[in-house]
Design a protein around this ligand. Structure first.
Ligand SMILES: O=C1C[C@@](O)(C(=O)O)C[C@@H](O)[C@@H]1O
Length: 253
């Protein structure tokens, strides 16, 4: 498997990397939040820009990115705009999604970008190319907040992300029972056994899915999202608790 090294962080080696989302709505909230989050020593910080009030102002976005870069110094930054149809907070046009992500990629201030698999095809290809040209790693993502797709469908989506050149394919699903959680974990394990040329990230959301957020090293998921100040999805747990469990599992490997 090809590991991905970003600054000092090796994704795909050792325990899953802990990604902490920033959920502030404005500059003041974000700057307070980032200070609290740094104390937790996250491996990667995700800025959930869809929660940010001024996400439609590209100049403000660039300004916030440079403040975050300054504060986070060597901690890798993941830029995410989660679209409304995938459980995010704001609806924007395909055109603006493309413009926003292009701005983030070309800012020279981020390390990773989240690009949704089900984005408009030409935009997606263009964003992939821009990311490559600017040395920004792509986490390609898909979310189902309603249900858990069948195992083959989960694998198919992760494989198509690989085919599209994603550095790290990612899928989040909502289980309605324990079989759904097992479906997600089995799909993750099959990816590792049969198609493990790069790290992937998977999770089952909600309380039923917690095992998937702590068991990545066992089942084959290379990173996990934990709560800093505020959760960004159901079922996330606090970073300190998360680290304790990840370390316990790691020691047993
Ligand atoms: O895609 C993901 C995964 C996530 O939805 C989760 O379930 O932990 C949390 C989001 O912030 C992130 O962008």
């Amino acid at each position: 498997m090809n590991r991905i090294q970003i600054k000092n962080i090796k994704i795909g080696e050792g325990p899953p990397k802990v990604i902490v989302p920033l959920m502030g709505k404005n500059e003041i909230e974000l700057m307070e939040e980032v200070k609290e989050v740094i104390i937790l020593k996250p491996d990667i910080v995700e800025w959930r820009a869809d929660v940010f009030d001024s996400v439609e102002n590209l100049e403000v976005i660039k300004g916030i990115l440079s403040l975050l870069r300054e504060q986070l110094s060597e901690i890798p930054i993941l830029f995410t705009f989660r679209s409304h149809r995938e459980g995010g907070n704001k609806q924007v046009t395909d055109l603006y999604y493309h413009e926003l992500l292009s701005t983030a990629i070309q800012s020279n201030l981020i390390d990773l970008i989240d690009i949704e698999l089900f984005s408009q095809e030409e935009n997606l290809k263009d964003l992939m190319q821009k990311a490559k040209d600017n040395n920004v790693y792509v986490i390609m993502s898909n979310h189902d907040f309603e249900k858990t797709p069948a195992k083959d469908e989960i694998i198919k989506r992760l494989r198509s992300m690989q085919d599209l050149g994603a550095d790290i394919p990612k899928i989040a699903v909502m289980p309605t029972n324990i079989s759904d959680v097992l479906t997600l974990l089995e799909a993750t394990d099959i990816m590792r056994s049969n198609y493990a040329d790069r790290p992937i990230i998977t999770m089952a959301m909600g309380s039923l899915g917690v095992i998937s957020r702590i068991g990545g090293e066992v089942f084959g998921s290379a990173a996990t999202f934990g709560i800093g100040k505020q959760a960004s999805a159901p079922g996330q747990i606090a970073v300190d608790d998360l680290r304790d469990v990840l370390n316990i599992i790691h020691k047993a490997q």
